[in-house]
Design a protein around this ligand. Structure first.
Ligand SMILES: NC(=O)C1=CN([C@@H]2O[C@H](COP(=O)(O)OP(=O)(O)OC[C@H]3O[C@@H](n4cnc5c(N)ncnc54)[C@H](OP(=O)(O)O)[C@@H]3O)[C@@H](O)[C@H]2O)C=CC1
Ligand SMILES: N[C@@H](CC(=O)OP(=O)(O)O)C(=O)O
Length: 344
């Protein structure tokens, strides 16, 4: 089966990751790339400042970049990935869904909308059922689904594993790579020899998105998980890979081994881009590390380590590649789930 896909915002940092991940994909065939009006009409090679560590695929390099508008992309696209700035995505994505396109988006707008599935396939695939609610409420033939923020997606599979012991409260502190801010997001003068203890909006996203992902869907309505989540977000001078220190309080009192087993055995999913295992648990207290561990499972695995008991529960570290598992790879995996479950 071949699924014809397009990418909205294909020339940007996340768009380039999409192109890298879709090259030689077993199911998805890239049929259209869009960007801003300034790039439209150019070849992809001309329009994109290519910064990914593999060459631009030859066929993509010669593709013409289209305007990001419903009437400028082929009508027969089966699935559209979106990596637009959220300010542009807020109008564009609903217009595509209304016109009948199924949109798998990485942008932050609408992630918390009650009728928009926010999905990590291994954690809450059943939330895709919200598409029916969305179509009823909005009168759309297409659909809009989201993957979470990169820092949220790094910790949430480990929290899902811990929920077997009754997740009650989470404190998390992040050490986030500069690529999360985009190529020009932080200047070298700001970040070299430094750490910046604030990332606008990030803490609120981690606190709300994680509770939606871990929440339950009864077929009509989604309830947020009861856990209290508090985040503190920091930018550090790594290139890729967000490392996070998590402190969790649980209803039960599992041992370190119980927690490690629950993470190791947390089920993955059988989709082309899914890692196996989902969570790689290290015994060494000095792992995971961004440079050494961000490419586990081709950049799609979550790494965890340093699991210890505390006076109130459990603490550990976790890590994921922020622009692969945390961005383009997450949207591609959601696209694969949409195909598998018959929404595309
Ligand atoms: N989860 C994560 O870790 C990350 C998520 N993100 C999110 O992904 C999205 C994209 O980020 P990133 O790739 O860094 O952004 P970039 O600025 O690198 O790329 C933005 C893309 O959107 C296009 N674009 C910009 N404005 C418009 C517009 N008004 N209409 C149509 N197209 C437009 C650009 O085209 P052109 O080249 O012509 O300007 C480009 O293709 C953002 O929402 C960001 O927050 C980003 C990084 C990491
Ligand atoms: N804010 C994230 C990246 C990002 O753009 O997140 P979001 O997808 O929520 O907009 C970071 O700085 O690492």
């Amino acid at each position: 089966m071949t699924v014809r896909v397009g990418i909205l915002g294909a020339t940007g940092a996340v768009g380039q990751r999409f192109i890298q991940l879709l090259d030689d994909h077993p199911t998805f065939e890239l049929a259209a790339v869009t960007a801003s009006d300034e790039s439209a009409g150019k070849s992809y090679r001309e329009a994109a400042k290519w910064r990914v560590d593999t060459p631009i695929p030859d066929d993509v390099a010669e593709m013409e970049v289209r305007r990001t508008a419903v009437d400028d992309v082929p009508e027969d696209l089966d699935l559209v990935f979106s990596s637009l700035p959220s300010s542009a995505a807020a109008d564009v994505e609903p217009a595509f869904a209304e016109a009948g396109f199924v949109v798998s988006s990485n942008s932050s707008n609408d992630r918390m909308a009650p009728d928009v599935p926010l999905t990590i396939p291994e954690v809450n695939a059943d939330h895709l059922g919200l598409i029916e609610v969305q179509r009823d409420e909005r009168g759309w033939d297409g659909a809009l689904i989201k993957n979470p923020n990169c820092s949220t997606i790094t910790m949430t599979p480990t929290l899902a594993a811990l929920d077997a012991f009754g997740l009650e409260r989470v404190h998390v502190s992040t050490l986030q790579a500069v690529s999360g801010a985009g190529y020009s997001g932080v200047t070298s003068m700001e970040i070299i020899d430094n750490a910046i203890p604030h990332i606008g909006g990030e803490e609120e996203k981690m606190e709300s998105e994680s509770r939606k992902l871990l929440g339950s869907f009864d077929g009509a309505e989604l309830s947020l998980h009861d856990a209290d989540v508090s985040a503190s977000c920091n930018r550090i001078p790594t290139l890729d890979g967000h490392l996070e220190n998590v402190f969790a309080e649980l209803a039960e009192d599992p041992s370190v081994d119980d927690v490690a087993d629950a993470m190791r055995e947390f089920p993955g999913i059988d989709l082309p881009s899914a890692p196996d295992p989902l969570i790689h648990v290290f015994e060494e207290p000095t792992r995971p590390q961004p440079r050494l561990d961000r490419m586990h499972g081709d950049g799609m695995a979550i790494s965890a380590g340093g699991i210890q008991e505390t006076s109130t529960g459990i603490k550990y570290n976790c890590l994921a590649h922020n622009t692969i598992r945390g961005a383009a790879g997450a949207s591609v995996l959601n696209g694969e789930l949409l195909v598998e479950e018959g929404w595309v």
